[in-house]
Design a protein around this ligand. Structure first.
Ligand code: GTR
Length: 504
């Protein structure tokens, strides 16, 4: 069907070009009077705007004088401009049609060829863990250069202010064992400031707690029903409930609280911290002007600098700034920081975990394309699709692989490997074919030799386990939750089991 539409558009476009030349020839030979419509217009009592020669203005039915936006000369010139726009539009549609429909055929998906995660730039394999730091840097450079973009080298001043320190009120009940802190984190550079609102839940008493840190999609108020939690003032997607003109309203309170089972996480002996991802960088294509990108105008991504940071790298960098704060916070174990994220924020958690070793454990939930899923399987969401829908997420170099995944000399298993030897948990959902659950599992499987190099156990499985049956006894864990693309209490329960087993 798509091809038929494409062919129809191409034929229509060709017919138009032929007509244009035919008319040009008639005009040229005097058979077509270029003044014909002007003459008709002059016979009419109502002058048309573009028919008004000379003055550049005309009167509407209401007698208002209208000035044309663009002053155009003869008909040929006008036809050229109109045809330019028409062809640009047709080009856009034809280009849009060219993105391949998603593949869900395993016999096609299984034709990928991956390099070893221990292979260096010339294909040579590293053999001992002494070589790991250099090799890990090679992997990070690969992903910064080809996919996510380099964050700036320059630093910012990080200041924070505890605005609220009280007891949690969850599901309408005061929770004496749970401490709620709301912290304004200020990032400052060259007179510019970005503020991130960090919400931290930690045990009131006892030893310092290991802490999960993850960004949220809709503002801190959406993660719980505690009425004291401040409404986000950052950009929100107006398609989400409780958002009016890109601003959150009271209606949005607790509308993603199923993703943040705070009381359960605290019962498990963990602290949990979150911030709105838009505080770091609003999620739309703004030419990298807003959010933390705006603190580094000299480091903006553009066609001359195709390997600078996109939004995923900015969110990941923001997570590191939040780690700067958390590791100083009373009641939080600085050696117990774990980064977690769902979907685009799962991609972000993986990149944050790979780049910042203070995250002792990394959790990717349904992260899919550009996250845990192998790109070269081209199963579900493809590189072309994601780069077209979200041109601001990755760097410009990543667009080279649009519909050319077979030319990639790297893949996401190397991103998982860059986290080694720190434990990583990969979660998929059975209905989330778009994120390619098997591709997510296989990244973990193929990353395993980096873990074995460190004397740790990786993930042996190469086929999907039964739903709701977590696998992986070592430093790489995996589960396929029954159900949709989402982050639910079931997922958190498995993250906690995995974290405890790995010493958190
Ligand atoms: C989808 C996108 C996915 C995933 C998801 C999300 O539209 O195709 O890669 O990131 O959004 O973040 O919810």
């Amino acid at each position: 069907m798509q091809w038929l539409i494409t062919i129809a558009i191409v034929l229509a476009s060709l017919a138009l070009v032929v007509f244009k030349f035919w008319r040009f020839w008639l005009e040229f030979s005097g058979l077509w009077s270029s003044d014909r419509s002007d003459q008709e217009a002059s016979r009419s009592s109502k002058p048309s705007c573009y028919g008004c020669s000379g003055t550049g203005t005309s009167e509407s039915d209401l007698g208002i004088r209208i000035k044309p936006l663009v002053q155009l000369g003869g008909k040929t010139q006008r036809a050229l401009v109109a045809n330019f726009f028409l062809h640009t539009a047709i080009g856009g549609v034809v280009y849009g049609q060219e993105i391949r429909p998603p593949n869900y055929d395993e016999s096609i998906a299984s034709k990928y060829k991956l390099g070893s995660v221990l292979a260096g730039p010339q294909g040579q394999l590293i053999e001992s863990k002494d070589q790991w730091p250099g090799h890990r840097q090679y992997l990070l450079d690969l992903f910064a250069d080809q996919e996510y973009g380099y964050a700036p080298q320059a630093s910012v001043d990080v200041r924070f202010e505890v605005l609220d320190d009280g007891q949690a009120v969850l599901a309408g009940e005061l929770k004496p064992g749970i401490r709620r802190r709301q912290i304004a984190v200020y990032l400052e550079r060259n007179g510019k400031q970005v503020r991130i609102d960090l919400l931290v839940w930690s045990p009131t008493d006892g030893p310092k707690a290991p802490c999960f840190l993850g960004l949220n999609f809709r503002g801190n108020q959406s993660t719980c029903d505690d009425p004291k939690v401040r409404l986000t003032s950052s950009w929100c997607d107006s398609r989400n409930p409780g958002v009016v003109e890109n601003r959150a309203t009271e209606e949005s309170r607790a509308n993603q609280s199923e993703r943040w089972p705070i009381a359960r996480i605290l019962e498990g002996g963990f602290a949990v911290a979150t911030a709105h991802y838009s505080d770091i960088d609003p999620d739309y294509d703004d030419g990298f002007e807003n959010g933390v990108h705006g603190l580094f105008p000299e480091h903006r991504s553009d066609s001359e600098h195709p390997n600078r940071w996109g939004s995923i790298a900015a969110w990941a960098w923001g997570l590191s700034r939040l780690a700067d704060v958390l590791e100083k916070l009373e009641g939080i174990d600085p050696k117990g920081l774990m980064v977690v994220g769902h979907s685009r924020l799962g991609k972000t958690a993986l990149w944050a975990g790979a780049t910042d070793e203070r995250f002792g454990l990394v959790v990717s939930n349904n992260s899919g394309c550009g996250g845990a899923a192998l790109s070269q399987r081209v199963y579900g969401e493809s590189v072309a699709r994601i780069n077209t829908s979200f041109p601001h997420w990755f760097n410009r170099n990543f667009r080279k692989y649009n519909d050319r995944e077979d030319q990639m000399l790297f893949d996401q298993h190397q991103l998982i490997a860059a986290i080694a030897p720190r434990p990583v948990y990969i979660a998929s959902a059975s209905n989330d074919k778009w994120a390619d659950p098997l591709g997510e599992l296989l990244s973990g499987h193929y990353a395993s030799s980096a873990y074995r190099l460190h004397g740790k156990q990786g993930l042996d499985a190469q086929v999907l386990p039964a739903v709701n049956t977590p696998i992986g006894d070592g430093a790489i864990g995996y589960h396929l939750r029954q159900g949709d693309h989402d982050l639910l209490e079931y997922d958190w329960q498995q993250f906690m089991v995995f974290a405890r087993r790995n010493g958190f």
